[in-house]
Design a protein around this ligand. Sequence first.
Ligand code: KG4
Ligand code: ZN
Length: 333
Amino acid sequence: MVRILGIETSCDETAAAVVDDGRVVRSSVVSSQVDLHARYGGVVPEIASRAHVEIVDDVIAQALLEAGATWSDLDAVAAAHGPGLAGALLVGVSAAKAIALATGRPYVGVNHHEAHMYAALLEDPELEPPFVTLVVSGGHTLLIAMEKHGEYRVLGQTVDDAAGEAFDKVARFLGLGYPGGPVIDRLARTGDPTAIAFPRPMLDDGNDFSFSGLKTAVVQYVRKHPDVAVADVAASFQAAVVDVLVTKLLQVADEADISTLVIGGGVAANSALRARVADEGATAGLRVVLPALGLCTDNAAMVAAVAWWRLAADGPTSLAGGAYPSLRIGDPA
Ligand code: KG4
Ligand code: ZN
């Protein structure tokens, strides 16, 4: 058995988890900084780094405690080393390297997006590649075919805003607060998704996405119709995003001839997206894996999961390794 401590500090969540053999979550602790950033309407990098520094030791201690683990039980220590906010990433990377050095265990730096893909393997212990995965978060919108562990083909991505960014910007415009995704998701339940026919950007145009025009369409519509019900705007906007995401996910699965669909990242917590992927996947006779909500939003269990595969395939990461704010899928760190 290989027991890995994972650490995640790439944005505004400080998280630590203990995972055995890349599949069995012994503990997963997430401390959110949402309250610290909410008044600014978005994540303030300097505040994020400082908050990570203040709490990371406690979060790690809590993860070990909940797992009933000690330092000497650990076989490796992993951290997400990119992409993300430079100062925030450095906190998790430094903590992981310090623990690795002190315990003599290997350090593994992992890609945050690769970790989002691996969340599905924690949800479904039987899941193995090949699968097609839609990674939708605050910073990225990616359609990726995972042929084998560590072998990826990026088949589609956003040409401008990420899906989560669109949720956050529309919510901010509507005065709903930060982060926008969960608020719009909740509000949309009381609205009519067919009330306003917002555009479906690039729906019939390849596998890439574009969300900035949709955001502008929402702004223009609301300025023109100031009395519109906000719940209808939320539901109609969400329906447009979900429509594009799900259409392209199925399209890519068909083109790549892969019969398993996986979603990951914060936006994968969206109830309309989950329902639609489950529905359309079932209709198309595909297997669908929807990670639990806590595995979709940022967490460290996914970091420890992917680290297990990476350690077996590539060995440890050098302690000279740093943080890589612009790391992409498939980049050598
Ligand atoms: O993966 P994540 O926790 O952090 C990043 O790696 O970015 O994703 C955060 C994003 C935010 O944009 C947030 O608004 C969005 O995920 N999000 C949602 C929902 N929950 C979180 N978007 C839509 N519906 C949700 N229920
Ligand atoms: Zn993330």
